[in-house]
Design a protein. Structure first.
Length: 404
């Protein structure tokens, strides 16, 4: 009885070795024909793409260390002039002349407008004449009073005549005082016809032109002068932040940045840092019931006139110094599905651990972390896409990993 050998199992054909379709015969060199014949076999033996590398994955880490950080708070605000003086009419009349250029800088006491002074000059002349007449009358009354004083001693005049002379003198003196007051009032009205600047600063557009009639009773606005150096910056901060800051300072979590007024930095509308540093002048004592915020005012020098009233700015206030702050680079912090900040940390056994963080604020390019990590731990900042929690890794300093 003959025994047939057991046939070997057939290997499934490689997809790359499928039957080729009939093609036009082209004469090729022998080397190319050999390479074409070996191509399917090499394709079948090639390792599949995306296979995990052998051994622990190398990742770049940053070792956390406590450091002293000056904490700042950025608040929106608007600029306002240091002084604002509305120049208004103090007499009635026609504006005859304007002596300034709109938008220019003016000095305190500089002449701005001239109101028709004719009627006020006439009133001043009349008041001066009335004062002179009153002074002449008091001189005559004084002579009569002195004569009556001498005669009453010799009983040459009656006591009644003496009393009349003294009363006439006092009446004339009262007339002089009234006339002098009227003359002073007329002189003031005459002076008000020349309108001057109450402060030094930049004057805006003129509210009236030559020929306009202005009234003192309605206090007609003529122009506005604003002092632009220095400048105020008005911001608001929530009362909750103010209470938290006071608590941190009292408990020692924060240390005061320095004695005196707090320093303030400014960021302008175009995103640039303002060159001059300011100081916090005061904080209001009343909380706005509508917004729950407290008004703050800072003072900034403005020698070049870069700041203008009404500009939107952002003020950075120094709150204090955190002596043991932990800063985690922003590139190491991601968010889970619930939006909580998380980071991957290398554990003691060089395995990746996932930590949920409590972040307080951004400091430069890092997060200020209050819980979730501790000093001395290694946070992964490079190679995050290659690892998962529980995977073994080979931690190296972040710069060394990037150089490879």
């Amino acid at each position: 009885m003959s025994t047939r050998p057991t046939p070997l199992p057939r290997r499934p054909p490689c997809p790359a070795a499928a039957r080729p379709r009939p093609a036009v015969r082209v004469r090729l060199p022998a080397a190319l024909l050999a390479a074409a014949a070996l191509g399917p076999a090499l394709a079948c033996n090639r390792a599949p793409a995306g296979a995990p590398p052998a051994g622990p994955v190398e990742v770049g880490v940053v070792t956390l260390a406590p450091t002293a950080v000056t904490l700042t708070r950025e608040l929106p605000g608007r600029t306002s002039a240091y002084r604002v003086a509305e120049v208004r009419a103090r007499v009635n009349g026609i504006v005859l002349k304007r002596f300034f250029v709109e938008g220019s800088d003016v000095k305190e006491g500089q002449r701005l407008f001239l109101v028709d002074p004719a009627q006020y000059q006439a009133a001043l002349d009349g008041a001066r004449a009335a004062l002179a007449r009153a002074e002449a009358g008091v001189a005559n009354a004084r002579l009569q009073a002195e004569r009556a004083t001498e005669l009453v001693k010799d009983d040459a005049v009656s006591r009644q005549e003496y009393d009349n002379a003294m009363a006439a003198l006092k009446a004339q003196e009262a007339d002089v005082a009234a006339a002098r007051a009227a003359e002073q009032r007329a002189r003031l009205d005459m002076g008000y016809t020349t309108v001057t600047s109450p402060v030094s600063g930049r004057i805006g557009r003129s509210a009236v032109t030559e020929g306009a009639y202005v009234q003192a009773s309605q206090a007609t606005l003529l122009a506005t002068v604003q002092q632009l150096d220095p400048m105020y910056v008005d911001v608001s901060q929530s009362s909750a932040d103010v209470l938290r800051l006071r608590h941190d300072l009292e408990t020692g979590r924060l240390q005061s940045a320095g004695k005196g007024k707090a320093k303030v930095r400014l960021v302008t509308e175009d995103g640039r840092d303002y060159a001059q540093a300011g100081t916090l002048e005061f904080a209001d004592v009343t909380v706005d019931p509508g917004t729950g915020s407290i008004a703050l005012r800072a003072l900034f020098p403005n020698p070049k006139g870069d700041l203008l009233p009404g500009m939107f700015v952002r003020a950075r206030l120094e709150e204090g110094v955190s002596p043991q702050a932990l800063l985690v680079p922003q590139v190491a912090v991601t968010r889970d599905q619930k939006g909580n900040p998380i980071a991957l940390v290398v554990g003691a056994d060089r395995k990746v651990e996932r930590r949920q963080l409590a972040t307080e604020r951004v400091v430069g390019d890092a997060w200020l972390v209050t819980s979730g990590v501790e000093a001395g731990e290694q946070v992964i900042v490079e190679g995050l896409q290659k690892v998962r929690p529980g995977a073994a890794v080979n931690p190296v300093p972040a710069g060394a990993h990037a150089a490879r």
